[in-house]
Design a protein around this ligand. Structure first.
Ligand SMILES: [Zn+2]
Length: 340
């Protein structure tokens, strides 16, 4: 949105000299324009805005000429006419002493976003800036819940959506920036309870986002990168090296991004990692019946489990899998199985 110190309609400016009424006059001028254009109510714009953010990873920078694609998408979803989209309001930027024009529709989106932020449905750009270093409107947990209700997406799907809310972003940031500990334990021995809490669900989403993003949304073994047709769900999963069922922690050093096939084969011990991040395939592979692992005549199983290849790693070495997590998997899942 364009930066305006004090906005006023040109007519109001000429007819009054009482500066204490600036805001009041501006708002009444705006409401009059919104009404004359029959623009949607702010409530409707909020719903459309939250729904659009749900499909765009949860954040947006601005609602002006610099983000025409987004404001057009919102206008389309609300069925606005050409006149409603383009009608310009004029204001006087007092400090600069000039008249400025901008679409009333852009102003309405800004007002709706501002109201949504005051209701806790979005984080205000000044707050997001402190967290991410970027001035963006970002969905909050309250906002994503409302967006999912409006879009009729079951709330149970929240865990798999690629949307980053303000709260999840906070957890992701702490995971990304954590410094590795030499005698790190990937097992949380205090985690006796399997109780699922709001906090544990948030932490799980923070873990998933941190891992999936660190590995560029690719399987670190085969490189597969794929998203659903509605652009809502990535194929790749954030796998725990020490699984949850063994009290594995939701730490970035206890995870890696794997496709469904490599997630399953890793979890059941068909392969493990060496400390140099190369793959060691279970020797039992030679005993697998010859008719297993084929898909349409192609030997998927043996072709996708190549020994000695090095996995793809995140650029930052501080967030690569921890040697203690790798050792745990080798000793408790992989070796245990081969010695049986
Ligand atoms: Zn894979």
């Amino acid at each position: 949105m364009c930066r305006i110190d004090r906005t006023w309609s040109l007519g109001d400016w000429l007819n009054s000299s009482d500066s204490t009424h600036f805001l009041e006059v501006t708002l009444s001028y705006e409401s009059r324009v919104f009404k004359q254009l029959s623009l949607p109510k702010r409530e409707e714009v909020i719903d459309a805005l939250l729904t659009a953010l749900l499909k765009r990873n949860g954040y947006v920078k601005e609602f002006g000429a610099g983000n025409q694609e987004f404001v057009n998408h919102l206008a389309d979803s609300l069925g606005l006419s050409v006149n409603q989209r383009t009608f310009s309001m004029q204001t006087i930027v007092r400090r600069e002493g000039r008249v400025k024009k901008f679409p009333a529709w852009h102003r309405l989106i800004f007002r709706a976003a501002d109201l949504a932020a005051r209701r806790g449905l979005l984080s205000h750009p000044k707050d997001t800036l402190k967290l991410t270093g970027r001035r963006e409107w970002m969905l909050t947990e309250k906002g994503i819940d409302k967006a999912m209700r409006v879009s009729r997406i079951p709330i149970s799907r929240k865990q798999e959506l690629p949307v980053l809310t303000y709260e999840v972003q906070k957890i992701k940031k702490s995971l990304d920036e954590a410094r590795p500990i030499r005698n790190y334990s990937p097992v949380d021995s205090r985690k006796q309870s399997r109780e699922i809490t709001t906090q544990s669900l948030l932490r799980a989403r923070g873990f998933r986002h941190a891992i999936v993003e660190a590995y560029d949304r690719r399987c670190c073994v085969c490189g597969l990168k794929l998203i659903s047709p509605d652009a809502m769900v990535w194929e790749v999963e954030a796998a725990h090296i020490v699984p949850h069922r063994f009290q594995g922690k939701d730490d970035i050093w206890n995870g890696m991004a794997l496709c469904r096939f490599h997630h399953w084969t890793f979890d059941v011990g068909w392969f493990t990692l060496r400390q140099d991040y190369t793959i060691e395939v279970n020797s039992r592979i030679t005993a697998v019946p010859r008719d297993h692992g084929f898909m349409g005549g192609f030997d998927v199983f043996r072709s996708l489990l190549k020994a000695d290849r090095r996995i793809y790693l995140p650029q930052k070495s501080s967030i690569c899998p921890h040697e203690n997590a790798i050792s745990w998997h080798r000793e408790n899942i992989f070796a245990d199985l081969t010695q049986r």
